[in-house]
Design a protein around this ligand. Structure first.
Ligand SMILES: NC(=O)c1ccc[n+]([C@@H]2O[C@H](COP(=O)([O-])OP(=O)(O)OC[C@H]3O[C@@H](n4cnc5c(N)ncnc54)[C@H](OP(=O)(O)O)[C@@H]3O)[C@@H](O)[C@H]2O)c1
Length: 347
């Protein structure tokens, strides 16, 4: 009798909830739609830069490019960590080339030095075919760090560093775009669905004068930086069109990916228990394995169908319909570009 009762309780409180949980997880995966790790564009021997290639999505993105035979520049703030990633990738594939270069996106001097070195070492190559602006940082809730350039750190790394890097690399992207008219070079910026929470503080983007009040969830500075990524992509596409450069650009959300990025920020300043439970739930139900988390980046980099969609956004390897995401204001995009150019002293 006791045994029967135990079995009934086990079924009701353990087996049934587990079946429902995994069923929902499976359903969410199915609803994400088509996954297309495309190989449509041949990049063997072509030069690609991936920022933040020493961990998470960036590391696997570098490997995906190498597997396809590309010459991959892994732009890392920690060169030793980058070299360890190369060893690890080399244990799985001998394809392509992997070159680690130092880049600290929180320092504009480092961005400029990176581009100078790139120009010096790549004069013999046919320019830069793909730039993936992937590196990203989250602040622990309530923490505001200022970089040596006077920038709020999250905006500084996630947006301003990439803004300067992209602008300085344009001549190299243009050079690769000149090789084949049908194959523009690409700039792929890894943003996030968190851009919907961004509210840029236009009069003081770096919170140097405004009192900083962070939200508990989601972190305000991260949302702002990811909104900046999206607005940057909109204005960049306009500028590339105006300059008639054979270079296109895209922004994307990789989805919820099982990397350590959220862990670091949650550990540093743990949010209240209900929010931690929400995080765990989101990760369990929606979390993608790393390789799957790189697929939209690879899609934006290599799908031949995207050529006429410069400035658009993607997720789950599909066009992200503007009616299904917050509207991005073209005026804001222009304003952000002007402010960013002043801040990073872009001539
Ligand atoms: N994971 C997700 O669920 C998710 C969801 C939406 C969007 N994203 C976006 O996806 C991108 C990659 O995220 P992830 O989850 O792979 O993060 P991650 O595992 O924490 O990796 C971040 C990478 O960025 C690098 N980085 C950080 N600060 C840098 C700096 N100052 N200069 C140069 N590189 C720097 C890190 O270098 P170190 O190795 O030295 O730390 C690391 O290589 C980010 O832009 C993130 O916002 C992620």
């Amino acid at each position: 009798m006791l045994c029967l009762l135990c079995n009934a309780l086990l079924l009701k409180f353990v087996i049934f909830p587990l079946l429902v949980a995994f069923g929902v997880k499976f359903l969410i995966k199915k609803l994400r739609g088509k996954i297309d790790p495309t190989n449509e564009i041949d990049i063997s021997g072509k030069t690609v830069i991936v920022t933040g290639a020493s961990d998470g999505i960036g590391k696997v993105t570098a490997e995906e490019f190498a597997v396809r035979g590309a010459r991959v520049i892994m732009a890392c703030r920690n060169v030793q960590k980058g070299e360890k990633c190369v060893e690890e990738i080399r244990s799985r594939t001998s394809n392509g080339q992997l070159i680690v270069m130092h880049l600290d996106l929180s320092k504009m001097s480092s961005v400029r030095k990176f581009v100078e070195e790139f120009a010096k070492n790549n004069a013999d190559h046919q320019g830069l075919s793909i730039l993936v602006n992937n590196a990203g940082l989250r602040n622990p809730v309530g923490v505001l760090n200022i970089t040596e350039d006077g920038f709020e750190e999250v905006l500084g790394v996630n947006h301003l560093g990439h803004f300067l890097l992209t602008n300085l690399l344009l001549p190299h992207l243009e050079k690769a775009g000149r090789v084949d008219e049908a194959q523009p070079s690409r700039i792929v910026t890894v943003s996030s669905g968190a851009h919907r929470f961004g509210q840029l503080n236009w009069h003081d983007l770096n919170f140097r004068k405004t009192p900083f009040v962070d939200w508990k969830f989601p972190p305000k500075l991260y949302g702002n930086s990811k909104l900046a990524n999206c607005l940057f992509n909109v204005e960049l596409a306009k500028k590339l069109r105006l300059k008639k450069m054979n270079v296109t650009c895209y922004a994307l959300c990789p989805g919820v990916v099982n990397t350590d990025s959220a862990k670091q920020y949650v550990d540093a300043n743990p949010p209240p228990l209900p929010i931690r439970i929400v995080y765990r739930g989101i990760k369990f139900f929606m979390g993608k394995p790393l390789k799957e988390g790189t697929e939209t980046t690879m899609y934006c980099s290599l799908s031949k169908y995207l050529t006429h969609h410069s400035g658009e956004m993607y997720r789950n390897c599909e066009f992200w319909d503007p009616s299904k995401r917050p509207k991005l204001s073209e005026e804001d995009a222009k304003l952000l570009w002007e402010e960013s150019a002043k801040l990073v002293k872009l001539e």
